[in-house]
Write a new protein. Structure first.
Length: 331
């Protein structure tokens, strides 16, 4: 069982991640590949991905067995996209590498690391560089073809939990994170492979929805790392099937312009800040803000302030346009 101990300060510092974490999805998907336990839900991904798995993935699976402890350094606690995570992996401090490999030996006594792990223990940059290169190759080959759909599913889960938060506060969110969740302040109890206590101590907690996390939630073994709880999401049954309708981006782009079409699609499955929309559209925040203002004027998007950010969501009219229903855009 995992027991997460909160203080009042921690409750005020809970956050829900804005999107999937590429390294946690890498780790969780490796488990799915090794166990072949994708079932019908993840079957389409497994069938397409198995032939594409790079040979260098063996460097990752050596550090991430299908059952048992995986090295914490494989999932750096940093923000940003894949490039930032890979740079953090390459720059893992030697003391963390040593600690994680020692923990690996304790928790996986029947598993022997290959000879190249000595490069990691010695702090040779080439050793961690090869691990990071293997992670890059795996994500590019196995996750990237599905990344947009992965993002949509995680975004939907975040939207659902945000609605639960608005209705019932953090008590409702923590109580419904997982079927095993038992929340009674100040402790959240969850099913876990080992007996572990995590004392937040005012650091707060990041709730990280994960597309490939299927069973129990997970977290770092090292309690000194930034607290995160990776938990399964509720998938849409037909997530792998491309949607039809003028979810044809070309048709929508011809109607409202390419950048505005990308922004509207990015909002279709959740709430986003201007900065998040800018990153998804590959543009600057001022440019995204200008286009969102135009979408708002057309009643396709609504916006409201929350603390220091402006949150945007698609309106009923905007959703109807995305779904290809007949709509009137006249004044």
């Amino acid at each position: 069982m995992l027991r997460i101990h909160f203080t009042g300060e921690d409750l005020a510092r809970i956050r829900i991640a804005t999107g999937p974490d590429p390294m946690w999805e890498m780790l969780m998907s490796l488990h799915r590949l090794r166990r072949r336990d994708s079932g019908m839900l993840l079957g389409p991904w497994l069938r397409e991905s198995l032939p594409r798995v790079p040979a260098t993935t063996r460097l990752l699976t050596a550090l991430a067995p299908p059952v048992g402890y995986s090295a914490d350094f494989l999932t750096p606690a940093v923000g940003g996209g894949l490039a930032a995570h890979l740079e953090a992996l390459r720059s893992t401090p030697l003391h963390q590498v040593t600690r994680d490999l020692r923990e690996f030996g304790i928790q996986n006594p029947k598993r022997r690391l290959p000879a190249w792990h000595r490069e990691l223990v010695a702090g040779e940059p080439a050793g961690m560089g090869r691990v990071a290169d293997a992670a890059q190759a795996y994500v590019d080959a196995v996750l990237d073809p599905f990344w947009e759909r992965i993002w949509v599913q995680v975004s939907r889960d975040r939207t659902r939990r945000s609605a639960v938060l608005a209705e019932g506060g953090w008590d409702a969110v923590l109580s419904t994170l997982h079927p095993s969740a038992h929340w009674e302040y100040p402790v959240l109890r969850l099913a876990f492979p080992v007996d572990q206590d995590l004392h937040l101590g005012g650091r707060g907690l990041l709730l990280q929805p994960s597309f490939f996390c299927r069973y129990a939630p997970t977290t770092f073994a090292d309690p000194a790392l930034p607290p995160v709880l990776v938990h399964p999401i509720e998938h849409e049954p037909h997530w792998a099937t491309p949607e039809v309708g003028p979810a044809d981006r070309g048709a929508l782009a011809a109607l409202i312009g390419p950048t505005r079409a990308v922004l509207l699609f990015a909002l279709a499955d959740g709430i986003a800040t201007t900065g998040q929309l800018a990153r998804r559209a590959g543009t600057t925040a001022p440019n995204a803000s200008r286009h969102v203002a135009a979408l708002r004027e057309a009643a396709l998007v609504s916006s409201h302030r929350h603390r220091n950010a402006t949150l945007h969501t698609v309106t009923k009219l905007g959703r109807a346009l995305l779904e290809g229903r007949n709509v009137c855009l006249c004044a």
